[in-house]
Design a protein around this ligand. Sequence first.
Ligand code: 9PG
Length: 496
Amino acid sequence: MSDHRWILDVSPSTLLVLTNGYQSWSEAELRALTDTQTRASLEWMTEQGQDPGFPPSGEAGVWRSHSLVALICPDGGGWVGAQLGAAHTFAHWEVRAVGEQVSVTCTLEGPDVEVVWEKTDDVIATVERLSARLGQAMHARTPAPLRVWCSWYSYFRSVTLANMLDNARLAREHDLPFDVFQLDDGFQADLGDWFEASEHFGGHARDLPAELKKLGFRAGLWLAPFLVGPKSKLFAQHPEWLLKNDVGEPLLFGDNWGGAYAALDTTHPEVLTWLRELAATCREWGYDYLKVDFLYAAAHPGVRHDPSVGRAGAYRLGIEALRGGLGNDGFLLGCGAPLSGSIGVVDAMRTGPDVAPYWDDSARRVLLGDGSVPCTRSALHTALSRWYQHAWYQPDPDVMIARRELSLLSSDERGALLGLLDVIGGLRASSDPVAMLDERGLTLLRESLMISTPDRPTTLTRSHGGAVTHFARGTFNLLDTPQAGIRPHSYLPKPG
Ligand code: 9PG
């Protein structure tokens, strides 16, 4: 633990704050410093969407951020703080309005690393420069973005082998420019029991890659490699591999798949061997693209086999084992993952919550304070506010939804998703059943698969919805009312 503190003689009411949430799904925002940072009202939401070790403050004028933070004055100048190493250390930033001053602290969880705090005339440029420094120091992997079809957002857990093959065949018939077909959650018997198929899948995950290869696609597979279902065989066979609570029982947390789940203790040497073999087995089956999800579980607070390893260090051991098993030439996409702690190991990273075929889920987002709830608005809000992270990995702002069937998105809302993919400039993905797309849908899908270079914000002093919304190529309006001539829930590209 190490502390840094600065006091600024500036009135809090004049400042905006740019925050970065802990893991892929945690909210990143651009807000007035005097506003209140929302804390989720249910514990499992904090465990699954925020950092239970450093959750949002829930207090007016107190903003918490991970790895870096920025304060923005009305002229676009301000201050930026950042950690310059993150492989074994989490940096917890807190900005606090205190009367007519602002107090800033950075607390390191893990070994000491360099922390910088800079005053600047141009916050945008300084955020980009410092995030690039962190990326370079950690040997960021930024391969060419891939175009991926993913089963999750249409088939969810009921996905079958036949669904995968039907879509791959149709994509080939329509000559859709996908590089990878990625099977998501649903093929496995349980969390942890990855080698056994679920009853409904209609085959085994190992049967898929050869068929995809014949069609000209690479094969991708989803895993939540650090999770263990409480009813799984792995849970029963290796209780000693699990993260524990204070009384030595397996710690159960989060809430998905109908309840809480346990996590592997990645400071246990046998766990690391098992993780390496898991990734290597998937590679042997023919998968050279792995989407590794719910990764924050390896950094969950708890009692570990080796107590000298901190949360960030334990996480790093876990993902390095996965990388070791997959091989250096495999493509690793992190999801639900502590962000800067993944630099140099992952190729790509989900940088926002899940999209969904509707704009908002205000019951969970607003009433329960869960900014990581899946919906299109959440995905835009957070992924846009992390535009600078292309220096850390290939950003994945999540899938385009081009279909009009089984979707409540309006044409403006689809346009906003398309705008997101264009300005972020990372990975491209779709989950639409190809058979559901008419000519218009196929055209929109093709447009969404066009790789672009990352765009830059033009200002951080204005926002249409508490996020970074003003970019050189166009402006987003995430609000429910028109703003400066831009329709609600839309993206307005600049002419030319
Ligand atoms: C598979 C899915 C997909 C998806 C991932 C992740 O907070 N939540 O309730 C929550 C649930 C699911 C979720 C993210 C957050 O989705 O992002 O792409 O792979 O798992 O189960």
